[in-house]
Design a protein around this ligand. Structure first.
Ligand code: ADP
Ligand code: MG
Length: 281
């Protein structure tokens, strides 16, 4: 569906009006004990158009999650925004000169218009409640559904993420399901609110290798069907090659290369990108 888009190498600007997310020169730092600042994200910029999948790729520690957290308003309290701004669908969530993401704005966006799929599915499910309960409650609250309607929708969502026996998973407690199943449940929860943007941070990294491909298929399939924008964070270029339209390569907090997945795969310009691609083969 994104075949019509023809991004040039090194392009960034999505057509305006079509633009969903703009991360503009964002810088994030933490104070060291001696009071000096350690910059962990440095001047990072990229955009996501409606329905577009942008992969953020880089090795562990390159600042991918910190960038994702800035968009989600999930940075820890001691994080300092040292530069830049973030705009979601025309609303500034983080302005220049502001040291914190505007939590009131991001909280109302998150869950409704921006959904988050984290790396650790189990630690993001409440062990005290059934899977069904954890899907039904948000639907009742954010979509104002009746309990019966929310139940029906939750079962439908579980089927959509490829769960063969939705009722059984619905009735299960988190400890009774596998990690791959739990990640499917979180994906179901993320799309339940019909968000415009999904931020998935290493959504398959914690899973067994055989399960990774299945969960990735589910994610790609849903993205195609529902057409939401997605920021897919991963250390694995293979993951991005399969799903993303464009890629942002990060190294040590900085963007070293951006472009369409096709062009970057074919002709990686930066040595770091070449190295990442080399380790994929
Ligand atoms: P990635 O997701 O690419 O593996 P992160 O965004 O998690 O990398 O981390 C980028 C850098 O920020 C790392 O060097 C990490 O140690 C540092 N960092 C992350 N969280 C904090 C924190 N709360 N305080 C200080 N440094 C942090
Ligand atoms: Mg990370």
């Amino acid at each position: 569906q994104q075949a019509g888009r023809a991004p040039a190498v090194g392009d960034e600007a999505a057509p305006s009006g079509d633009e969903l997310l703009r991360v503009d020169g964002i810088g994030i730092g933490y104070r060291k004990p001696d009071g000096s600042l350690r910059t962990v994200v440095d001047d990072v910029s990229f955009t996501v158009a409606r329905g577009e999948v942008v992969g953020i790729v880089g090795e562990s520690g390159s600042g991918k999650s910190q960038t994702a957290f800035a968009i989600l308003g999930l940075l820890p309290d001691d994080a300092e925004i040292v530069s830049g701004s973030i705009e979601f669908d025309g609303t500034r969530t983080l302005a220049e000169g502001q040291t914190k993401v505007d939590q009131s704005i991001v909280r109302t966006l998150r869950g409704k218009r921006i959904a988050y799929i984290p790396q650790e599915p189990m630690s993001n499910l409440d062990p005290n409640f059934t899977v069904g309960h954890q899907l039904v409650r948000p639907l009742q609250v954010t979509k104002r559904m009746t309990k019966a309607a929310a139940r029906a929708r939750a079962l439908e969502l579980l089927a959509m993420v490829g769960i063969k026996d939705p009722q059984r998973t619905f009735d299960a407690y988190p400890h009774e399901i596998s990690g791959g199943m739990a990640q499917r449940v979180l994906i179901a929860g993320a799309v339940a609110g019909e968000p415009d943007l999904i931020i998935a941070d290493e959504p398959t990294t914690a899973l067994d290798v055989t399960v990774q491909a299945e969960v990735l298929d589910v994610l790609r399939d849903l993205q195609h069907r529902l057409g939401m924008g997605m920021v897919l964070v991963t250390h694995n270029f293979g993951v991005v090659a399969d799903i993303a339209d464009r890629v942002v390569v990060m190294q040590a907090g900085r963007v070293v290369e951006t472009g369409s997945v096709r062009s970057v795969l074919r002709e990686p310009e930066h040595p770091y990108t070449q190295m990442l691609l080399g380790s994929m083969l």
